[in-house]
Design a protein around this ligand. Structure first.
Ligand code: HEC
Length: 148
């Protein structure tokens, strides 16, 4: 009887240890997954990597050289127009040539998901309050300008 009770207790303890282990592995997995996904889709990080050097941390640009992304029409305007400019350098009507000394590179080498989250970040930061950009919108503009 005593030995039976003992073994039940041992089994229970083992079960608790095993459950605890599964739990911590689960926690570690949950903890790691978003971190691994970040470089590809984190809008603010992508902004830091590809746009900040010219448009600055607060999106205020450099007078006469690079325009601000806050309070200017293109970043918060029509998504397709914004995408065509950022991806392929198709000049929007709202950005007349010759106002800025700098030249902006084209970013069509970024993935649809990267551009969607990057531009969604730009459209909702620095005081901007424009709609999000979807992966489908990016793919649509890419298709439209294929072969450029
Ligand atoms: C090397 C500097 C440089 C980098 C990097 C750069 N830009 Fe630009 N950007 C410019 C310049 C210069 C202009 C104005 C170009 C012109 O008028 O010909 C501009 C214009 C713009 C405009 C239009 C602003 C307006 O006045 O309406 C948008 C939107 C924009 N950039 C977004 C981005 C985004 C998003 C990124 C990062 C993916 C980026 N830029 C990276 C230099 C840069």
């Amino acid at each position: 009887m005593v030995s039976l009770q003992l073994s039940v207790r041992t089994v229970r303890r083992k079960a608790i240890i095993v459950l605890g282990l599964i739990g911590s592995v689960g926690l570690i997995a949950c903890d790691r997954a978003p971190v691994a996904a970040q470089p590809a889709t984190d809008g603010s990080r992508l902004y830091g990597a590809y746009c900040l050097s010219c448009h600055q941390a607060r999106g205020n640009g450099v007078p006469g050289v690079q325009p601000p992304l806050a309070g200017t029409p293109v970043p918060i305007g029509d998504p397709d127009t914004l995408l065509a400019w950022v991806m392929f350098g198709v000049r929007p009507a709202d950005l007349p040539r010759g106002h800025y000394a700098g030249v902006m590179p084209q970013f069509n080498y970024l993935s649809d998901a990267q551009l969607a989250s990057l531009l969604t970040y730009v459209r909702s930061s620095f005081g901007n309050e424009a709609s999000a950009i979807t992966v489908e919108q990016v793919a649509g503009v890419r298709l439209q300008h294929a072969g450029r």
